[in-house]
Design a protein around this ligand. Structure first.
Ligand code: NA7
Length: 536
C-alpha cells in the first residue's frame, strides 16, 4: 500500500475506475498535485468489482473507451464487440501503466469522511487506513452503480451455504459446478449470471420479482480487418457520440412512429432488433420514452420475441413484462438468457406469486415452501447515483451533512457540484445524463473535461473556490423535473427513479434532455464564466 502524502494536495480523486483514471491524467496535465484513493486493490472500478460469471459491457467496445489519446486508440486491440469483464479490466490496467498513473494512486484505501474547512477553504479527508489527506479540490469518481444493495431478508445469518452479491464477487471465483444455486434478481446483472451458469450448476432457481425485457446480443470476436475498419471510423465515432441522445454513435429514428404504416413500423423494429445491440432502445423510436400508445406497440413486439423463445407458455407468460414499457427501465442485452428456461435444471420462481419469506439454514423459504440451496447469488442491484456518495460522511460549509441533506432531498447542480459544498466536484451524480441515461464513458469523459477546464479557469484567474448558488441549483432541478415529468421513464419504478431503495428520493436520477442539450448547458455555463456559480 502506498502511504498518503503528508503535504497538502491540489486535488484528491475518489475512485480509480473509468472516470478517476482519466481525471488523474487530465489534472496532472494542468500541473496539479493529485492523489487518487480507491478501496479496491486495483484499477477498473465497476470492472474491478463486478467479476461475477458473465459480466460484460452492453455498450460496444468502440464507444466504451477513452478518446484522450490517439496512441492509446491505435495500440489497444479490442477482442470483441462487447468485451467481458476480464478484457475491460485489462484495458484499465493497460491505461494505468501506459500513462504511469499508479504512482499517484493509493489502493486499499477507502474514504470514510470528507470535511470542508471554512477557515482554510480546503478539504480534509479521512480514510479507513487511519490516514488523513488535505486538498483544495475533491472530485468523486465513484461510479453510478457502486454501492451494492443487499435486501434485508430475515434469516441472512442462518444460511449455511455461500451468499454472495454479484458486485462483491470474490476475485478467486466461486465454485458453482454441480451446486444448487439460487439467483435473486433478473436485472442486467442477473441475466448475465443466469445465462452463464445455467449449464454448469446442478440446479438453478431463479427468483424473479419483475420480468425484464432483453435484446439478444450479437457478439463478435474481431478480426484484424474488423479492427482496421473500426479504427478507420474513429474520427467519425469520436464526434458522433457527442451528437446522439444517449452518447452512442448512431442517430435514432427521425420519422415519427405513427407516421409510418404498420408494416413499415414492424419492418423497422425487425431491422433494429436484428442489429443485436441496444440500438432498438437508444437509437430507435424516441416515442418509447413518452408516448404510451407507441410504447405499448413496441413493447408488444418485444413480448412476442420473448414468448417465441420459451417452450412452456406458462413460463413464457411469467417472463413477459407487463408492468412497464420497453425501454422505461434499463434494457439489458442477453445471450441465451430466455433459452435457459427451457432447461430441465432451471426453475423460475415468480416472487409476485410466491414472495420470499426468509432465508433459512438450507436455502430460501417462499410463501409455498423451502428451496434448498448451496449458493445464493444476490443480483439485487445498487443504490444508484447517491449510495456511494452518502457512504462517505461529507461535511460542507458550516458542517452541513450531505447524508442528512440528501435524506430530505437529493440536489445537485447539473450533477457536477452541490450548493453548500465548495470545491467538491461530482461525476455520475444525479441529474446529469452520466448518472444513468447515457453510454457511461461518453458522459463521464465529458464531465472530466468540464471539471478540468473549470479548475484550470479558477487557477488561471486567481480564484480558490467554486460553488453553485442555491438559485442556479434550483433552476437546474426545475428544468430537470420539467423534462422528466413528460416521460414514461419517470413514471416507472426502477433504480432510475430510486424506487429500488426504500424511502429514497422520488425523482428521476438521470437528466433526460439528452447528451447534446446537457453539453450545451455545461458549455454555456463555462462560456459565461461560470454564471450561476459563486467564485471566491
Ligand atoms: P437492477 O437492475 O437494479 O436489478 C436488480 C434485480 O434484483 C431486479 O430484478 C430486482 O427486482 C431484484 N431485487 C432487488 N431487491 C429484491 C428483493 N428484495 N427481492 C427480490 N428481488 C429483488 O441491478 P443490476 O445489477 O441487474 O443492474 C444494475 C445496472 O448495472 C444495470 O442497469 C446496468 O447499467 C449495469 P425489481 O426489478 O426491483 O422488482
Amino acid at each position: 500500500m502506498t502511504a498518503l502524502p503528508n503535504e497538502p494536495l491540489d486535488a484528491v480523486i475518489i475512485g480509480a475506475g473509468f472516470t478517476g483514471l482519466y481525471q488523474l491524467w487530465a489534472l496532472r496535465r494542468l500541473g496539479l498535485r493529485v492523489r487518487v484513493l480507491d478501496a479496491a486493490s486495483g484499477v477498473g472500478g465497476t470492472w474491478y468489482w463486478n467479476c461475477y460469471p458473465g459480466a460484460r459491457t452492453d455498450s460496444p467496445s468502440n464507444i466504451y473507451q477513452y478518446w484522450f489519446s490517439d496512441e492509446l486508440l491505435e495500440e489497444w486491440d479490442w477482442k470483441e464487440r462487447y468485451p467481458g469483464q476480464a478484457e475491460s479490466e485489462r484495458y484499465f490496467n493497460h491505461v494505468a501503466d501506459r500513462f504511469d498513473l499508479r504512482r499517484d494512486i493509493s489502493f486499499n484505501t477507502r474514504v470514510d469522511a470528507a470535511t470542508w474547512d471554512d477557515a482554510t477553504q480546503r478539504w480534509n479527508l479521512a480514510t479507513d487506513t487511519g490516514e488523513t489527506v488535505n486538498a483544495q479540490f475533491v472530485i468523486t469518481a465513484l461510479g453510478p452503480l457502486s454501492a451494492p444493495v443487499v435486501p434485508p431478508f430475515e434469516g441472512h445469518e442462518k444460511f449455511r451455504g455461500r451468499l454472495v452479491h454479484t458486485a462483491r464477487w470474490p476475485r478467486e471465483g466461486v465454485d458453482l459446478k454441480g451446486k444448487r444455486v439460487g439467483v435473486i434478481g433478473t436485472g442486467a446483472t442477473g441475466i448475465q449470471v443466469i445465462q452463464t451458469i445455467a449449464a454448469e450448476v446442478a440446479h438453478l432457481s431463479v427468483f424473479q420479482r419483475t420480468a425484464n425485457y432483453a435484446v439478444p446480443m450479437t457478439n463478435t470476436r474481431y478480426t484484424d480487418a474488423d479492427r482496421a475498419a473500426i479504427r478507420a471510423r474513429y474520427p467519425h465515432t469520436r464526434e458522433a457520440i457527442w451528437t446522439t441522445f444517449v452518447g452512442f454513435d448512431e442517430q435514432g429514428e427521425t420519422r415519427p412512429y405513427f407516421s409510418l404504416p404498420p408494416e413499415e413500423r414492424r419492418a423497422t423494429l425487425e431491422r433494429l432488433w436484428a442489429d443485436g445491440s441496444l440500438r432498438i432502445w437508444v437509437a430507435g423510436f424516441m416515442e418509447i420514452f413518452f408516448d404510451p400508445a407507441a410504447s405499448e406497440e413496441i413493447s408488444d413486439f418485444v413480448r412476442e420475441k420473448i414468448r417465441a423463445r420459451i417452450h412452456d407458455p406458462k413460463i413464457a407468460e411469467k417472463l413477459v413484462p407487463r408492468d412497464h414499457g420497453f425501454g422505461t427501465r434499463r434494457v439489458p442485452l442477453e445471450n441465451g438468457y430466455f433459452d435457459v428456461y427451457n432447461r430441465d435444471n432451471v426453475d423460475l420462481i415468480d416472487l409476485r406469486e410466491t414472495p420470499i419469506e426468509c432465508l433459512t439454514a438450507d436455502g430460501i423459504r417462499t410463501s409455498v415452501g423451502e428451496v434448498s440451496l448451496d449458493v445464493i447469488v444476490l443480483a439485487t442491484g445498487f443504490d444508484a447515483g447517491t449510495g456511494a456518495l452518502t457512504a462517505i460522511d461529507i461535511r460542507g460549509r458550516g458542517g452541513r451533512s450531505l447524508r442528512d441533506e440528501w435524506k430530505r432531498e437529493v440536489r445537485t447542480t447539473m450533477g457536477l457540484q452541490i450548493h453548500g459544498y465548495p470545491n467538491l466536484f461530482t461525476t455520475s451524480a444525479p441529474y446529469a445524463p452520466a448518472a444513468a441515461f447515457c453510454n457511461a464513458p461518453t458522459c463521464l469523459q465529458h464531465q472530466v473535461q468540464w471539471i478540468t477546464e473549470c479548475i484550470g479557469y479558477l487557477r488561471a484567474n486567481g480564484r480558490k473556490c467554486i460553488e453553485p448558488s442555491a438559485q442556479a441549483e434550483q433552476s437546474w432541478l426545475t428544468h430537470h423535473d420539467e423534462l422528466a415529468d413528460q416521460t414514461l421513464v419517470a413514471k416507472t419504478k426502477s433504480w432510475y427513479t430510486g424506487a429500488n431503495i426504500e424511502g429514497k428520493h422520488n425523482r428521476l436520477l438521470s437528466y433526460i434532455g439528452g447528451v447534446p442539450a446537457y453539453r450545451e448547458a455545461c458549455e454555456k455555463v463555462k462560456q459565461q464564466h461560470y454564471e450561476g456559480f459563486e467564485l471566491a
